[in-house]
Design a protein around this ligand. Structure first.
Ligand SMILES: [Fe+2]
Length: 365
């Protein structure tokens, strides 16, 4: 606050009354503007509102009355305090105005000391209100900063998990980031929202985190896996969901990606044997991205396939393993080598799906 005097506006249609109040307040050290009507007061505030701290208005005035004026002032310039001048007979209305937010009222005829005391009180109240308001604003900013920090910590924790996995398994190095990029592109091609895309990218980044819990002899085995070893490696879906559950309390859909990215449309996947629409959509998106990257990166016992071969494989398994609408969106999002994709219609998919599995194409076309 500056040292300049506190500024008040006195509004009254009777010049003599206005002058009395103004003189009393000026005597107490305040700077006073006078207005002969509500309209004049509003014009004045339009110009001077940055300096005005209090509007003291008569209740009964022609055209716009004091109650309407104070309501407008509070709405337009909430930092300006308001007071009513009223005859004793209007006290009921004065009380109603107090309930509506006016700080106080002064009764006519005036007692000079009382006027000054009431104005001082109203200004004190106004100061408290505005301090409280700036405290609230400060608090809101603080909460916002904390939320940003919590999100940063969360993403750092996620990065640590991915790094821990990649340190253990050379194959996953870069795999998580690539799958995340493929899945994000596919989700966008399906017309999903930015929020959906973000969740899918996050879930994709973490989809294999559960491999931290897979025996290295199995995880790093250079030759084909036995059935028992394959089952063990596939436990990474459940292990990953278990590791992330406490961290992902607020992102159940990302968690579903981790658990369900090896489910199949025909119900023959792991870990839950979900079928058709039961497989979470986000997991279906990541599943296709994951398979494409697995095929094109190649493991030690099997050479990498070309993107074109990989897409042909995706298309051949659309409807049984993969969601055809997702495969179609994946190809659309990553066109280039993969242009000649066999067309997979919903009718073909229904023929491939075992009886009784519901499947609704999402975002295709
Ligand atoms: Fe996986």
């Amino acid at each position: 606050m500056s040292d300049s005097p506190v500024t008040c506006v006195v509004v009254d249609d009777e010049a003599s009354v206005r002058a009395v109040v103004a003189r009393v307040l000026e005597g107490a050290g305040y700077r006073v503007f006078q207005a002969g009507s509500a309209a004049e007061a509003l014009r004045l505030l339009e110009r001077e509102h940055a300096h005005v701290e209090l509007v003291i208005s008569d209740l009964q005035m022609p055209a716009m009355d004091g109650a309407q004026l104070l309501q407008r002032v509070r709405h337009r310039w909430p930092h300006v305090g308001t007071m009513i001048v009223t005859a004793v007979s209007e006290l009921k209305t004065a009380v109603e105005l107090l309930q509506a937010g006016a700080y106080d009222y002064i009764t006519k005829p005036f007692d000079v000391d009382e006027v000054v005391a009431r104005v001082r009180q109203a200004l004190d109240k106004r100061r408290l209100v505005s301090e409280n308001r700036s405290y609230q604003l400060h608090l809101a900013e603080l909460v916002r900063q904390q939320a940003v920090r919590i999100e940063e910590l969360f993403l750092e924790a996620v990065q640590m998990l991915v790094q821990a996995l990649e340190a253990k398994d050379a194959y996953t190095r870069g795999h998580s980031a690539r799958v995340s990029a493929y899945a994000g592109g596919t989700a966008r091609a399906m017309g999903l929202t930015d929020g959906d895309v973000e969740v899918i990218e996050l879930g994709a980044e973490l989809h294999d985190v559960g491999k931290i819990g897979v025996r290295e002899s199995v995880l790093l085995k250079p030759s084909r896996l036995t059935e028992e070893e394959y089952r063990h490696i596939m436990e990474h879906t459940v292990i990953g969901a278990g590791i992330l559950a406490p961290l992902f309390k607020n992102a159940p859909q990302a968690l579903a990606i981790v658990r369900s990215h090896h489910e199949r449309l025909d119900g023959k996947g792991v870990p839950d044997g979900l079928a058709g629409d039961q497989v979470p959509l986000y997991a279906r998106v990541v599943c296709v991205a994951d398979a494409f990257d697995a095929m094109t990166s190649g493991r030690t016992y099997r050479g990498a396939r070309s993107p074109k071969e990989a897409v042909a494989e995706l298309a051949a398994n659309a409807g049984s393993q993969f969601d055809p609408a997702v495969v179609e969106a994946f190809v659309r999002a990553h066109e280039g080598d993969a242009k000649r994709l066999p067309i997979v219609t919903p009718q073909v998919v229904r023929r491939r799906l075992p009886e009784g599995i519901a499947w609704t194409p999402v975002g295709a076309g």
